[in-house]
Design a protein. Structure first.
Length: 282
């Protein structure tokens, strides 16, 4: 029997159960060093620096070695979003073999907003309280009616694979979901974004906690080079260069390269990378 390492509550009736963590930061570093014939290091700082370099420069194959396996109880409408991440492996409970769960997701009153004015597929400001209460009653009534009708069809002997067609997407299903760390970080990038639906963002937050605990070096690289980083377009970098040029005109430094070289507490390699970014052809 597979042991549950840790369980996280998810939404109103769901859960995320951590079943397996395969690999570690050290495995990522070892896989990277194998490509140029070096043995693994036990030096923490060397491994951390290597992992940061790999992530920054998009050398992704070493991050594909470890993976995380979870069991998730989640609403069908979130399952449909989860399955879009085709780099993950999954196996979902089949409603052809087993009657569907009687549990369904019910939003809180604080979740019932109108259409966002800035993000058309998202949720905006809360609706008036009376409207929210009425909407919640409709959701509950429709869910209970669908459940009652489904169970009636099953009692009458209708095959499960046909009876299930009347069920709303807020009913819960269960899946075992496995993803490697490289694609797990891509998942976080997409599903932690402010435009992601709140319910899948809640799952992304749980996955982020798992990666942070079991892959701390990799998580630090993700935060530094992705989560708390920004990317400049060609036009934007031109604006930055123009601003810096105005500052250089004061004569304190002769060039951007001169300024970067003078920076303390930055490695020589990092200074070279930074200079290269500013010298990239527009």
């Amino acid at each position: 029997m597979t042991e549950v390492i840790k369980e996280f509550p998810y939404l109103d009736k769901g859960y995320v159960r951590l079943l397996m963590v395969s690999g570690s930061d050290d495995l990522i570093a070892k896989a990277a060093r194998t490509s140029y014939g070096e043995d693994e290091y036990e030096d923490y700082d060397k491994n951390k620096g290597l992992i940061s370099y790999l992530y920054e420069h998009r050398h992704t194959s070493p991050f594909e070695m470890p993976n995380i396996t979870v069991q998730i109880k989640l609403p069908i409408f979130i399952m449909r979003q989860l399955v879009r991440h085709r780099t993950a492996r999954l196996n979902e409970q089949s409603a052809r073999y087993k009657p569907m769960s009687r549990d369904y997701w019910k939003p809180s009153l604080e979740r019932l907003g109108g259409v966002s004015k800035t993000h058309k597929q998202g949720t905006g400001a809360l609706l008036p309280l009376g409207t929210r209460v009425a909407c919640l009653e409709v959701i509950e009534r429709a869910s209970e009616r669908a459940l009652a009708d489904y169970e009636l069809l099953v009692r009458n002997g209708l095959a499960l694979e046909v009876a299930r067609v009347i069920m709303p997407v807020n009913f819960y299903t269960t899946t075992v979901w496995q993803i490697d760390i490289n694609n797990g970080l891509k998942f976080l990038t997409l599903r932690s974004h402010e435009g992601a639906q709140q319910e899948i963002a809640d799952f992304a937050a749980i996955l982020e906690d798992i990666i942070k605990e079991y892959f701390p070096m990799t998580y630090d690289a993700y935060v530094n080079h992705n989560k708390q980083a920004v990317q400049f377009s060609r036009d934007e970098i031109s604006i930055v260069k123009s601003y810096i040029a105005q500052r250089l005109a004061t004569g304190e430094f002769e060039s951007i390269e001169d300024y970067i070289t003078s920076l303390p507490d930055i490695s020589k390699r990092k200074k070279m990378d930074l200079i290269a970014k500013f010298n990239k052809e527009e």
